[in-house]
Design a protein around this ligand. Structure first.
Ligand SMILES: Cc1ncc(COP(=O)(O)O)c(C=O)c1O
Length: 390
């Protein structure tokens, strides 16, 4: 007799999709805090500052003016128009309004980008360590992520390494700069190499520019601005990190046809347009004076220097991250297993970090410190670490 399988099961394509490991760290931190303990919290990934007041008031104004109905599913026209100008001035991209689609944050932009272009059986190259959700998003399309180790690729040449890891089924490259979790910022020459590789092998590039405003050394290069790249790049952006707007859930994706038709369908059927008042607030965020971003960058840089110098003094070897707000020291002297190290740091020193293994095996032996925390918190975290490692 054949046993009939229960219908009460998940779709098979979710079998390979994991759930964020960072949640375990967050839960443990909450447990410690509930028990009245002080936790030196370096596990987060949010800006340290609040959303600017003028952006909050723009939301209030939108509500008072009853801008509360459905927005066009691709986003309100004034926001998309303003983004065309921002993309021209800041990113060097020549786009028109139909190339811009508003999304529910950068995560949604990336999700629909992968869904729009990847099929079962496709491979996608990505530099590793990588932002954790990427592999799960890619596996959700039934495509396969091919992990390219960033450090050795930079040492021995990006083109050579990409050639080595590529397969006949490679269809796309995920290109994130500045990078989470390593803080790596790819140089213009590196962007040109990746672009040349994509053109040579006829690949799509999915560019993640979430930290475009947080570059301390060098410049941010939008890969779509390089010759012959606009037609093969889908670029994902967000208001989250630049403007302290993680909870507002506004981002955007930039692409040409045939990709935009697919992206529009996916945005329509997943969220049917982003919260209308949030979009009016995002429009206001774009009028924030550049000095605001410059000042925040300066504050991040000071925090970075304080943390990275402190870690190196403690013997936790840490390269200077050139962008984003994460430091990624080697902690293999504590344990080769980063999960064990992170658990030990949390339990013995109440220092919360994220084990590098959640960002892919290529980063193993490290933990990620987010330095978007107040300077006194960095100082007290380093003191707690000193007691443990010295
Ligand atoms: C590399 C990277 N890309 C994209 C995002 C997406 O951010 P959001 O969905 O808040 O816009 C994040 C957030 O942490 C990130 O680290």
């Amino acid at each position: 007799m054949t046993v009939k399988k229960s219908a009460l099961r998940l779709a098979k394509r979710l079998d390979e999709v994991g759930f964020s490991d960072i949640v375990h760290v967050r839960n443990k931190v909450m447990e410690l805090r509930a028990a009245g303990e002080t936790v030196h919290a370096f596990h987060g990934g949010e800006p340290f500052f609040e959303t600017p007041e003028h952006v909050k008031y723009a939301m209030v104004r939108a509500l008072v003016e009853n801008k509360t109905k459905y927005a066009p599913s691709s986003g309100i026209v004034p926001l998309r128009e303003a983004l065309v100008e921002k993309l021209r001035v800041r990113n060097g991209l020549k786009v028109d309004i139909d190339d811009v689609l508003i999304t529910a944050g950068g995560a949604h932009a990336l999700y629909i980008a992968f869904q729009a272009v990847l099929d079962s059986g496709d491979d996608m190259l990505l530099f590793s360590p990588y932002w954790t959700p990427i592999c799960d998003m890619v596996r959700g399309t039934q495509a396969r992520p091919l992990l390219v180790p960033t450090s050795s690729a930079r040492r021995s040449g990006l083109t050579r390494t990409l050639e080595q890891f590529s397969t006949p089924h490679t269809r796309a490259i995920y290109y994130n700069t500045p990078q989470n979790p390593s803080g790596v910022v790819f140089s213009r020459a590196e962007a040109e190499e990746v672009a040349a590789f994509a053109r040579k092998h006829d690949l799509i590039v999915i560019a993640d520019e979430a930290y475009e405003d947080l570059v301390y050394e060098g410049e941010h290069v939008s890969i779509a601005s390089l010759p012959g790249m606009a037609e093969r790049t889908i670029s994902a952006y967000t208001f989250s990190k630049s403007y302290g707007m993680t909870g507002w859930r506004v981002g955007y994706v930039v692409a040409r046809e045939p990709f935009m038709t697919g992206l529009r369908k996916l945005a329509l059927y997943s969220v049917n347009g982003v919260s209308t008042p949030s979009q009016w607030a995002a429009l206001e965020a774009l009028s924030t004076p550049p000095s605001f971003l410059d000042d925040r960058r300066k504050e991040y840089r000071e925090r970075r220097d304080l943390l990275v110098n402190g870690l190196n003094e403690l013997g936790l070897e840490c390269e200077l991250p050139e962008g984003a707000f994460y430091a990624f020291p080697r902690v293999h002297t504590i344990s080769k297993d980063s999960r064990k190290t992170a658990t030990m740091l949390l339990e013995k020193a109440h220092v919360a970090t994220v084990p590098s293994v959640v960002f892919g095996a290529q980063g193993e032996g490290h933990v990620r410190f987010g330095y978007s925390v107040p300077k006194p918190a960095i100082e007290s975290g380093l003191e707690a670490l000193a007691k443990l490692v010295k």
